[in-house]
Design a protein around this ligand. Sequence first.
Ligand SMILES: [Zn+2]
Length: 163
Amino acid sequence: MSDSCSCPPEAGAATCELKVPPPSLAACPTNGKVGKAVDTQIVKAMLAVPLTELRDVEYRFCSDPDCPTVYYSVDGLQTFDEPALREKVYQKHLNDPEVFVCYCFRHTLGNIRLEIEREDKSHVVEEINAGIRAGQCACDIRNPQGSCCLGNVRGLVKTLAAA
Ligand SMILES: [Zn+2]
């Protein structure tokens, strides 16, 4: 769902509002916070339940570590929690050493912390960038958030290096 529409400017904002779901409907039904819109492709890739459950609606990703819901439909009728998924979700386990932060090249908090302890720095961002350049990255179908992991990895490396 895009915020822009093809209405002519003369039509005014009221015409465009029809295409954008009201914010209250776009919030996670479990914690009430507005999640990030994701392509249905990532929901299909992550679900461990029959994909017949999917409907032709927009799904969103709830990144709140304290909320059990991972994906929800913007009409609020469906939520998918971690037990319904094939992967553990980094945002829901920020301190778990075994959960992937980078799903394509399989880096975890534990591995990155070990590297920093041994070498005093982490090469993980360079490694991921090299993989992206080599066309090996598939965050859009492997990372539950449906987008690149590098922001999360950079944040984690910074936190671990400062510890
Ligand atoms: Zn939520």
